[in-house]
Write a protein that binds this ligand. Structure first.
Ligand code: F6P
Length: 359
């Protein structure tokens, strides 16, 4: 292994705030501390599938202006598993060999993959098959990557959801309404739980805690009895109907979570008579400039990932644990997803504040 390295970096899966800050941190550390070359790969593994491979050399002056910018200037995709890639004729093809060849054509010594659990699993499979020296950096607003307390993008999403709750309080109180805020998070309720506590919600509904509509309506009525004739409910997109049926939009491959807020509004109005409105935050939670905490995490993860490559330590993901950055085997990080612990501190905190989970 030569001392001078050429490293690649790509962003994969859904975008989130803080990705550009990670790319900047990696580039600055690799160039300033080690004098290496850094190549940004476009549109995740699609850039490696293209011929010639789509990549751009990154310099400090090129990446610096992106620090506060949302999205990822390299582009990304959350579609198309390269091992079963959807082709124009509707068949699925294994295109992993093309990606691996693309990596080697760029003559890279290592690859930094910034992704959630799904992307990291695919990148690891490619790395194992094709001798790619992979280091992972966890990112996702869902915060569901295991072995790390935080992933890039989560804090910003919580800030955005909290700001929405702050705003909903006033309009809810003015009109004596129940306001339902539907947030993202896939199968994990971290965004709803954190924003709900921070924003002073009265009801938090997460996939990890089954609920009864009756209990939700009791909370709304109890507040009305106390003279608080409005309520704020934060609901995670993956919460099911009371009978356990998922609510989704679209069909087949394009099937996405969403719509539980509207379902709940109709049920709550029917059962309690309360006037109810729904706000679906959607992709605003992923967009815009990143919070200071996400930028700090991005800096720490970016530098730590470069340090792992300097030590030729591969197949690891950088993780935030116990107030510092640690290296954990990617295999461990993708084994399980990190969901909300119904017995954990934050759920206890919310209950202590009188927040209702509907159970
Ligand atoms: O995983 C991140 C996430 O934003 C989820 O919270 C959400 O369910 C999903 O991606 C939305 O995906 P898309 O951008 O394809 O609509």
């Amino acid at each position: 292994m030569r001392d001078h390295k050429r490293i690649g970096i790509l962003t994969s899966g859904g975008d989130c705030a803080g990705l550009n800050a990670v790319i900047r941190a990696v580039t600055r550390c690799a160039i300033k501390s080690y004098g290496w070359e850094v190549f940004g790969i476009c549109k995740a593994t699609h850039g490696l599938m293209a011929r010639p491979p789509q990549a751009m050399e990154l310099t400090v002056s090129k990446v610096d202006p992106f620090l506060t910018m949302g999205g990822t200037f390299l582009g990304t995709t959350n579609k198309g598993d390269p091992f079963a890639f959807p082709m124009p004729d509707s068949t699925l093809a294994d295109r992993s060999a093309e990606i691996i060849e693309g990596y080697h054509q760029l003559n890279l010594d290592a690859l930094i993959g910034i992704g959630g659990d799904g992307s990291l699993a695919i990148l690891r499979k490619l790395a194992q098959k094709g001798g790619i020296n992979l280091v992972g950096i966890p990112k996702t607003i869902d915060n569901d990557v295991d072995m790390t307390e935080r992933s890039i993008g989560f804090d910003t999403a919580v800030n955005i959801a909290t700001e929405a709750i702050d705003r909903l309080h006033f309009t809810a109180a003015s009109h004596s309404r129940v306001m339902i805020l539907e947030v993202m998070g896939r199968d994990a309720g971290h965004i709803a739980l954190n924003a709900g506590i921070a924003g002073g919600a009265n009801i938090i509904m997460i996939p990890e805690i089954p609920y009864k509509l009756e209990k939700i309506c009791e909370q709304i009525k109890a507040r009305q009895t106390r003279g608080r004739d409005y309520s704020i409910a934060v609901v995670s997109e993956a919460v099911c109907t009371e009978f356990g049926d998922p609510i989704q939009k679209g069909h087949f491959a394009d099937c996405r979570l969403g719509g539980i807020g509207q379902y709940l509004a109709e049920q709550i109005t029917k059962l309690s008579g309360a006037e109810t409105r729904v706000t679906v935050l959607g992709h605003t939670q992923r967009g815009g400039t990143s919070s200071p905490l996400d930028r700090i995490l991005a800096a720490a993860f970016g530098v730590a990932a470069v340090e792992l490559i300097a030590q030729d330590k591969y197949d690891y993901m950088v993780a935030w644990q116990d107030r510092s950055v640690q290296a954990v085997p990617i295999a461990e990080a993708i084994k399980n997803y990190f969901s909300v612990d119904p017995q954990g501190t934050l759920v206890k905190t919310a209950r202590g504040l009188g927040i209702c989970f509907g159970d």
